[in-house]
Design a binder for this molecule. Sequence first.
Ligand code: ASN
Length: 310
Amino acid sequence: MDTQVVSLALERLKKESLKSALEINTSVRRIMAETLISKGFLEAPPVIFSIVTDPLNHPVYDPSFMYGDYKYSLTKSMIFHKQILVQEIPKFFIFSPNVRLETPDKAASGRHLLEFTQLDLEIKNAHREDLMELAEELYVKTIEYVIKHNSKALESLGRKLKVPARPFKVYKYLDLQEKYGDDFEAKMSRESSEPFWIIDIPLESREFYDREKDDEPGILRDMDLIYPEGFGEALSGGEREYKIERIRERIIKKGQTFEQFHWFLEIAESGLELSTGFGIGIERFVRYICGFKRIEDVHPFPKVPGELSL
Ligand code: ASN
């Protein structure tokens, strides 16, 4: 078993398609970072483990450990660190490694890795619509850049890419659910040839930190960007709850405890301002650009749910 893992890993490293994927990975990271820097964003270093991390909206195995008297968790996302940092640094991004120990059934999706990197960013006093515009610009600039600079890699992968027209289409979550049923996201993604937004996601389907609408209780000021051709979710983000009473209310509504988030709550008690942000999965973006069936083909050492890997 162990020797098979080693030989499969070595085989993976020799694939021509991995080299093409890494060339594209290099371009994707470069053009997104350059674009953000040119707009005045600062790059912050990642937090790999912490006493507080994202609860997520779906169950994963617990990636926590004791160090001294305190329990730490590997970072599932830097959401709380983003919300705290943005109070002082109003525009920043992070290439943030996340560990989400997904259940083995997630392997079937072809788009889950136990370890991945998201380009995570946050802006102070900005609204959802500002961030949607920024995401579209990053997306389009990246596709244009790759078409221009990685034409050989795209050709060797047999991938033809088209620059999508802006603005991307925007749909409300509940409208799509009503029209297409619970599997609407995958269905719409398969049937679309252009990326599209899903906004106004209901409270039960998201974590407590995304901001609830003032005029429509139960609906959030958040958004997901979905790839066409069946590649599924690209990005998720939203405006954040920033008033302490609202944060507490939302934790209770989620059936979570103040104890779980007491470090964050202590900071939130001293007063936060509104911020909005999102995270775009780098491996998923590279997978989409390469047109790969499976996400592990973009990574030299992929961690596939349920599998032993180097
Ligand atoms: N990065 C996401 C956001 O900004 C959160 C996540 O990854 N769960 O909303």
